[in-house]
Design a protein around this ligand. Sequence first.
Ligand code: HEC
Length: 226
Amino acid sequence: MASAAALPPGVKPPPLEIDLGDQESLQRGARTFINYCLSCHSAAYMRYNRMGKDLGIDEELVKDNLLFAADKVGDLMKAVMPPEDAKVWFGTAPPDLTLVARFRGPEWLYLYMTGFHREGGRWDNIVFPDVAMPHVLYEWQGEQRAVFKTMEDGSKRFDRFELVRPGSMKKEEYDAAMRDLVNFFVYLGEPAKLVRYRIGVYVLIFLGVFLIFTYLLKREYWKQLH
Ligand code: HEC
């Protein structure tokens, strides 16, 4: 988990609500990931059909809408671009993203996806200086510029982003889409969490029902004592 101390000066941890029970959010995140990230990155520990099942996406829908980077629903989620080619293009191979939420932390990921800014004709990132990845969602977010404050000791501190060119989404819409994407990455990093979450719900229902019966039973007993 990226701690606040690891963030550059002036960058605050975002208010971020991760909710693995929000299936629609997870589905939207999966769609963004498959459409915009899987061309370069893989999530090679995950199979399409497992994801579909976990997120309540019908197998036919997975086949028709999400499978353009693979042939079979049982395939692992491999990147479209072979890593060797990507390395030539970007100088760095795009890392596999299956576990990224676990070693970077959801907050860092959210800051990364909302933190691309353009300086001197190239993309930079507020939590990943000199990043080799272009801002692939700039059509959604638009183009922003980072404004820094110079402190008394001469050091620079991030102050805010300034929108230079609006994208197709409003800021709230883009932020919500990134929250869905991060939610999806948290699921991807530990799919068993989702199962545990479901079991948790059943346990609570069971206990609730059990409590009713215990109460009724108690009433029965007391009736006989009076
Ligand atoms: C055009 C290719 C390309 C696409 C598309 C792309 N990335 Fe990347 N990404 C890269 C490269 C290259 C790096 C390595 C950057 C570096 O090390 O400087 C990277 C790095 C990252 C990292 C940092 C990983 C780490 O811990 O170091 C994250 C997170 C990430 N990408 C997320 C995404 C997400 C989410 C999407 C889809 C919205 C996406 N990427 C789409 C090329 C791409």
